[in-house]
Design a protein around this ligand. Structure first.
Ligand SMILES: *[C@@H]1O[C@H](CO)[C@@H](O)[C@H](O)[C@H]1NC(C)=O
Ligand SMILES: *[C@@H]1O[C@H](CO)[C@@H](O)[C@H](O)[C@H]1NC(C)=O
Ligand SMILES: *[C@@H]1O[C@H](CO)[C@@H](O)[C@H](O)[C@H]1NC(C)=O
Ligand SMILES: *[C@@H]1O[C@H](CO)[C@@H](O)[C@H](O)[C@H]1NC(C)=O
Ligand SMILES: *[C@@H]1O[C@H](CO)[C@@H](O)[C@H](O)[C@H]1NC(C)=O
Ligand SMILES: *[C@@H]1O[C@H](CO)[C@@H](O)[C@H](O)[C@H]1NC(C)=O
Ligand SMILES: *[C@@H]1O[C@H](CO)[C@@H](O)[C@H](O)[C@H]1NC(C)=O
Ligand SMILES: *[C@@H]1O[C@H](CO)[C@@H](O)[C@H](O)[C@H]1NC(C)=O
Length: 469
């Protein structure tokens, strides 16, 4: 049964009012408001975020025919619902249909909920995309100097925002953007699908994202973020279609995601060279678990290359990489400054990989020529354990910065099976220092063999409170 019938407005409002009253009563009696599903209203169990007021996009003139622009309907709906922010929050329901739209902005204490048969189609009309300032920690756009097109779903300076659904779809229709990128026709940097800036308590869950013009999910300068249950799909040759990019964020949990992409599945970042150093906001306390990634030309998890605010205390666990270029990759360069430290990886299964381990201190790529040649990034305390890989071309390429080695690298209990035509040199190590235990094929001498059963560290519990929003 469809849970949100074609709304006759009064009926819907009546239901909403009734729902509101019941919610208040239920709260009074101390029962979890989630149990309100007996009412046969649509079931949105967005974690802990039952909202007091709900509305449908169709209440604001939305038309789900795949042709009519819904930009104004989204903007009007969210403007209207923003009035409810301090009265228990609100939820905007997107019913079954194809909803063409340009960019819109989210509001506080707000849930955007996509029905499983709802698809947001990103508008191809460039005038539907405002141009906003470059990120202060990057100094310029990634594709072009200066500004950037605002993301399809954008939010800034918010508290408590949820983007979720019963696996509804957001389709970026990125092909026209990819063409422009390849032809060098972009005046500004391409939009992302979802960007949340300067916000606290953010949840993005149970959606399918496809064909993003560029990055898919970009939380930046934010804290207490949960990204859960996303399916992210893009052609493996599409440019810069990174899956999830936590950027200068604190307390982020990414879990149960399946990503096929043309760039890194998860790319951890914190700003670019002198701009990132000046902004000075690290990414820290990040958990990535139960991730499955296919990325033939990029990494399952990348740290960097933009890491100039620092990256620290990352835990990755139960990670599956298939047909990908590398597993966990560290990318940095002279000029980046700051650090990548206290990285813990446990439990990776990989099939058909060019490389399992890859660290590079010479990634290059600078915003301009004003980067500081004395800003040397420190790469330290990087731990991997319980790794199984099959059909690998090369075990590891580990290259620190000349005169500034990457230190404290630990690899234990790693079994790497090779392809029929593997590289002759399996471990290519320069300017690094560390230890290994129980690793095949035999690591380079710079990773001193500790003998069997010297497991690398993986701290037992996360050193930050669990996020419950
Ligand atoms: C996402 O879907 C899963 C499985 O269907 C469900 O258990 C979970 O509660 C959902 N999460 C959210 C935030 O809705
Ligand atoms: C907000 O939406 C409700 C329901 O459609 C409507 O009654 C109200 O007039 C709207 N408020 C404004 C300020 O548009
Ligand atoms: C939410 O906003 C609507 C429209 O302004 C208003 O009628 C309603 O009373 C508000 N609900 C709450 C719970 O504040
Ligand atoms: C959304 O927010 C951005 C940044 O604050 C702003 O530039 C843009 O105009 C807003 N868009 C709308 C439709 O209000
Ligand atoms: C958002 O927060 C940042 C950091 O606190 C602040 O610099 C900026 O002015 C705020 N922007 C808006 C639109 O409030
Ligand atoms: C969500 O939809 C995608 C695309 O159709 C599908 O691959 C995935 O299995 C679905 N996820 C869930 C939890 O149903
Ligand atoms: C080595 O890794 C495998 C695969 O993750 C795991 O099953 C096994 O328990 C690990 N062995 C030790 C001694 O930790
Ligand atoms: C092993 O990897 C090679 C590429 O190095 C690939 O062509 C081949 O299909 C893979 N074999 C299996 C069984 O996956």
């Amino acid at each position: 049964m469809e849970m949100w019938p074609t709304p006759r407005r009064n009926q819907v409002l009546d239901t909403l009012v009734l729902l509101g009253i019941v919610l208040v009563l239920i709260n009074l009696y101390g029962v979890e408001s989630r149990k309100v599903r007996v009412l046969d209203a649509f079931d949105y169990s967005a974690i802990g975020s039952s909202r007091k007021y709900t509305a449908s996009l169709t209440d604001f003139g939305g038309v789900g025919d795949g042709v009519t622009s819904n930009t104004k309907a989204f903007q009007a709906a969210i403007n209207n619902l923003s009035q409810n922010a301090s009265h228990g929050g609100s939820l905007l329901f997107v019913p079954p249909g194809k909803w063409l739209t340009g960019s819109f902005n989210l509001t506080n204490h707000f849930t955007l909920y996509l029905h499983k048969d709802a698809t947001l189609l990103a508008s191809q009309d460039v005038s539907e995309w405002a141009v906003i300032d470059p990120l202060p920690s990057y100094g310029r756009g990634r594709d072009a100097e200066g500004g950037r097109y605002i993301s399809l779903i954008f939010g800034t300076n918010l508290t408590d925002v949820v983007i979720t659904g019963d696996n509804g779809t957001i389709d970026g229709q990125g092909v026209t953007w990819w063409d422009k990128f390849h032809k060098g026709e972009l005046k500004y940097t391409r939009p992302y699908l979802i960007e949340i800036m300067y916000s606290d308590e953010v949840q993005i869950s149970n959606l399918t994202l496809m064909n993003s013009p560029s990055w898919n999910v970009h939380p930046v300068y934010s804290s207490n973020i949960v990204v859960q249950g996303l399916t992210i799909l893009a052609p493996v040759t599409s440019p810069n279609t990174d899956g999830i990019n936590p950027d200068s964020c604190t307390n982020t949990r990414i879990e149960d995601c399946y990503i096929v992409s043309g760039d890194d599945c998860v790319a951890v970042k914190s700003g670019w060279d002198e701009y990132g150093i000046k902004f000075g906001m690290p990414t820290k306390q990040l958990v990535i678990r139960r991730l499955t990634c296919i990325s033939p030309f990029s990494a399952v998890i990348a740290l960097g290359s933009e890491m100039s605010g620092g990256i620290e205390d990352v835990r990755a666990e139960d990670i599956t990489g298939i047909n990908s270029e590398s597993g966990v990759r560290i990318k940095t360069a002279v000029g980046r400054g700051n650090y990548v430290k206290d990285i813990y990886v446990r439990g990776m299964i990989m099939k058909t990989m060019k490389m399992v381990f890859w660290m590079a201190g010479n990634y290059g790529s600078h915003p301009d020529n004003d980067y500081d040649p004395n800003a040397i990034p420190v790469i330290q305390n990087i731990n991997f354990r319980d790794i199984i890989a099959e059909n690998v071309t090369m075990a590891a390429r580990l290259e620190g910065i000349p005169g500034h080695p990457f230190t404290g690298i630990c690899i234990s209990n790693a079994t790497i099976g090779l392809t029929k035509e593997p590289k002759k040199l399996q471990w290519d190590c320069t300017e690094i220092a560390g230890v290994s235990s129980d690793v095949t094929p035999q690591p380079c001498n710079l990773l001193t063999d500790q003998g069997p059963e010297n497991a690398c560290n993986f701290p037992d519990s996360f050193p930050f409170p669990s996020i419950n929003i």
